[in-house]
Ligand binder design. Structure first.
Ligand SMILES: [Zn+2]
Length: 285
């Protein structure tokens, strides 16, 4: 009876008040639970914001608003996978392009995903639609990729003294990051095309200022054309944004699974991770 009462009191008692907060912190880092997979850190970068609207839809909807909505949905999906998720902006504020990759570096992120919407030069009414996924290169895959990079790089302040090409070439020296970025791009792109049934415009490379300097797997997603009369309208719908977010999350999960499989010596090559990830001529320049 006495023992049971003591036990009940012990269980009902609040956490010992003399336990310092730091002790809690250190116990969380103790190797007591090796079975739990390590948390991974994702930095999501909703394109544009603040003074920078990005591309505009036929109805005048702004890329910066839609990318932020998708980032919020994606954050929830990734947190369910056990990720720690950091947004380069959580509201409608201006964030310089170099700052975005710097946030990912500061957070020691495992991956950096920049979210954008496409727009056909020539403006609303264009017939272009579909999804493109990019990773970094000093040279663009084609003229269309070059135009996309030029549009996304336009946010860069004229006063920015950073040497874009120099930064990109420096970044490309890290071939491990480039191979991981290629694998991540393939995994996310495949999941997006399957999950949204959007036209597949391919995985491409281009010199994006926002990706230069990111010291981890880094991709930039063009999630559809706001300039297309139907797709542009669709991209503002919550159901479409949700399908996009869940597809990206599925792609990231597939990339992580393939990485774990690759780390095992007996594992066969994953279809999501081609044996020779794009080692583009541009990177060898
Ligand atoms: Zn953009």
């Amino acid at each position: 009876m006495t023992l049971a009462l003591a036990l009940a009191l012990l269980l009902a008692a609040p956490a010992a008040p003399d336990t310092p907060a730091s002790a809690k912190g250190s116990s969380a880092k103790s190797p007591a639970r090796p079975a739990v997979p390590p948390a991974f850190v994702v930095v999501l970068d909703p394109g544009h914001g603040g003074e920078k609207d990005g591309a505009l839809s036929v109805e005048g909807r702004r890329e910066k608003d839609i990318t932020l909505q998708i980032a919020r949905l994606l954050r929830k999906r990734l947190e369910k996978q056990g990720a720690r998720v950091v947004l380069t902006r959580a509201e409608d504020v201006t964030v310089d392009l170099p700052r975005r990759a710097a946030i990912a570096n500061d957070e020691e992120a495992d991956l950096f995903v920049s979210l954008h919407l496409n727009s056909m030069p020539g403006g609303p009414g264009s017939s272009a639609r579909g999804i493109e996924t990019y990773f970094l290169s000093a040279d663009a895959t084609d003229a269309s990729a070059s135009a996309v990079a030029a549009r996304e790089n336009a946010d860069r302040p004229r006063s920015d003294p950073t040497d874009t090409v120099g930064g990109i070439l420096e970044d490309l020296e890290d071939q491990a990051n480039l191979a991981e970025s290629s694998r991540l791009a393939q995994a996310i792109h495949g999941a997006l095309v399957r999950g949204t049934r959007a036209p597949d415009r391919g995985v491409k490379q281009a010199p994006f200022h926002v990706l230069a300097g990111a010291r981890m797997a880094a991709v930039l997603l063009e999630l559809g054309f706001v300039s297309h009369p139907v797709e542009g309208k669709d991209l503002a719908r919550p159901a479409r944004q949700d399908a996009i977010a869940s597809s990206i999350a599925a792609g990231i999960a597939a990339w992580r699974r393939a990485g774990i499989a690759d780390a095992s010596p007996a594992a066969p090559a994953s279809p999501a991770a081609p044996a020779s990830p794009a080692a583009p001529a541009a990177a060898m320049r």
